[in-house]
Design a protein around this ligand. Structure first.
Ligand code: AMP
Length: 585
């Protein structure tokens, strides 16, 4: 296996990466670093975020920068302020043992005066968003004359955000550029054009699959129990009155049964599956196309080749096993520049699988609360009122009936008329949702709900409400407990090389480690999260199970390392007590 030493980078950089817990270079680092160290070779790296791109360009930059020359030599251009700050933060960590090298971030939305002052300190590496950089160039506050290396990070994102001209301007204004390093998750033709125009025989490296995520699709998921899957589906449909969607099931039996059930309950839906004759299939498709059917429920095989415009929602009744299928399903919406939503109904136990899809699909997935009965009623009510207000009354001969209506409603107030209209329309919803239960599986009531389910389905409404209240109360106490630092006795402290830079917040991180290890929240103590690493306090008896479940597994393409921080793990890093986070860090 390749090591950082083997890549030929400065020993001081290796010392820093060792400290950060980097044992081996990631794929993009292994392939990019030897090329970039030459300083003169143009380079295109097709890699997604989370593959270690920052170090892939950050380490060679630090290696080849002339620390004695106090002017900007390298320019890193990236799409957002957040990314800008993140890159600077990482470069700062990498250069911990180097002296004389300065890096500065310049981005919009912050004081340009302070940034100009920073630039005057004699920095060698400037990390910038395109807009602010142009601003600084125009104010002559930055001199790009001596820039030798230009890194374009997340180039596709920058083009998506309309920065093409700015990037070309920057490339044109770096006359002494010796090499251009372009990183991108996708390779749209515009990037090809930019590279053809401004780069010389770039070496191209592709890591993993080139991401083709459709930015017009919002990926959402709802967590519920297996027994509530159907009710959750119904609630999602009811919560989206204007839905025009396709629901995917794994089997044709499911497609058929759900379709029949929903039809009985008054929904405009039909099923598409392999048992239909061509004539039946054409009929269903025709009705769906002309929107007589609001919903289509289909198996993957039967839905092959369907191309319908304007689909607002794709719903995965269950997650598919195959990630390709997920991408295929979700691609039915968000077409032709329209926005679309892809919803997945997942069981708490499927979360791990779901995270895999999330990682490979490289899209941001949003956890949503299953709407309550009240939410649904409110949504339906307002949607109906909007329809009422926008009803077209210009064509009918309504005027003729007005005197008659006026007489009939003489003693009824306008408010009462509205109430009656609402009652007629909403009776079904109000009755149905009057005692609707909470279908969400929340992290903290997973265990409790599991026990109840084992006991059988006889739970009454009051009992459900009680437990919901209980869950809420327990929740706040539970949170407090996580924050609370317990005494060391009885607890182990585990190190893990995942942190906020991996996209985790405390709650999602907690959920992740619990899902992976199948442990209960109660075994955990304090969680300390930093950018790249975290420390987890856990009951001694449960520590090994957690280590076994996480250590060596993959997250976003790289290996998770977890070990006992206090007993000195195999990597040795864990015994470095100086890295223990301070409170509030
Ligand atoms: P990036 O793609 O640069 O955002 O990096 C994603 C994450 O991987 C960050 O948390 C980095 O600290 C981490 N990382 C980068 N290179 C390595 C490596 N060689 N070994 C372990 N973690 C790494």
């Amino acid at each position: 296996m390749m090591t950082f030493e083997g890549l030929g980078i400065d020993a001081r950089l290796i010392q820093a990466t060792n400290e950060l817990g980097y044992v081996n270079p990631t794929a993009i680092q292994e392939q990019a670093i030897p090329i970039l160290l030459s300083g003169t070779q143009d380079f295109i790296g097709l890699a997604q975020t989370g593959t270690g791109k920052t170090a892939a360009f950050g380490l060679p930059l630090l290696h080849i920068i002339d620390a004695a020359a106090k002017y900007p030599q390298a320019l890193v251009v990236c799409p957002t302020r957040e990314l800008c700050m993140q890159i600077v933060k990482e470069i700062e960590l990498f250069k911990k043992y180097m002296t004389g090298i300065s890096v500065v971030a310049v981005y919009g939305g912050a004081s340009i005066g302070l940034q100009i002052r920073d630039l005057k300190r004699g920095v060698q590496i400037v990390v910038a968003t395109p807009g602010r950089l142009i601003d600084l160039i125009e104010r002559k506050a930055i001199n790009l004359e001596q820039i030798k290396y230009v890194v374009l990070d997340e180039a596709d994102e920058m083009l998506n955000m309309g920065f093409q001209d700015d990037i070309e301007f920057i490339l044109k204004n770096t006359p002494k550029r010796e090499s251009t390093w372009l990183f991108s998750a996708t390779m749209p033709t515009e990037i090809r054009k930019v590279s053809k125009k401004y780069m010389k025989d770039p070496k191209e490296v592709i890591v993993g699959k080139v991401n083709t995520a459709n930015k017009n699709i919002d990926h959402q998921y709802y967590v519920t129990t297996a027994q509530h899957r159907y009710d959750t589906l119904k609630r999602i449909i009811d919560f989206n009155p204007g839905i025009y969607g396709i629901i995917f099931t794994r089997t044709k039996l499911d497609a058929q049964e759900i379709s029949e059930r929903l039809t009985r309950e008054g929904y405009d839906i039909d099923a598409l599956h392999g048992d239909l004759t061509q004539g039946q299939r054409d009929k269903v498709m025709g009705q769906f196309r002309d929107k007589t059917l609001q919903l289509l429920i289909a198996t993957d095989v039967a839905a092959r080749g369907i191309d319908v415009q304007g689909i607002t929602h794709v719903i995965n009744f269950e997650l598919p096993d195959d990630i390709e299928i997920y991408t295929h399903r979700s691609g039915r919406t968000g077409r032709a520049g329209l926005q679309g939503i892809c919803i997945s109904i997942v069981h708490a136990k499927e979360m791990y699988k779901f995270k895999q899809i999330e990682r490979i699909n490289n899209s941001q997935f949003h956890k949503m609360d299953i709407p309550s009965g009240k939410d649904v009623c409110r949504k339906q009510f307002f949607s109906f009122m909007d329809k009422l207000l926008s009803a077209d009354i210009s064509h009918g001969d309504y005027e003729t009936y007005v005197p008659m209506l006026a007489e009939k409603f003489a003693d009824v107030s306008k408010e009462d008329v509205l109430k009656r209209v609402a009652a007629m329309e909403f009776d079904r919803f109000l009755k149905y949702y009057e005692h609707a239960e909470d279908l969400n599986v929340r992290e903290r009531d997973r265990t409790e709900r599991g026990k109840r389910e084992e006991r059988g389905p006889e739970m009454g409404r009051r009992r459900e409400e009680r437990s919901r209240e209980g869950a809420r109360g327990e929740g706040s106490r539970g949170e407090a407990r996580t924050e609370y630092t317990r005494g060391a006795s009885g607890y182990s402290r585990l190190f893990v090389n995942l942190g906020t830079k991996d996209g985790f917040f405390k709650a999602s991180f907690l959920q992740f480690v619990l899902d992976m290890s199948d442990l209960k929240k109660e075994v955990l103590g304090k969680i300390d999260m930093r950018d790249m690493n975290s420390w987890i306090e856990i009951e001694k008896g449960a520590a090994q199970q957690m280590i076994r479940s996480l250590d060596g597994k993959k997250y976003k393409g790289r290996s998770i390392r977890m070990n006992d921080a206090d007993s000195g793990g195999p990597a040795g890093f864990s015994s470095d007590r100086s890295r223990r986070p301070r409170r509030g860090e």
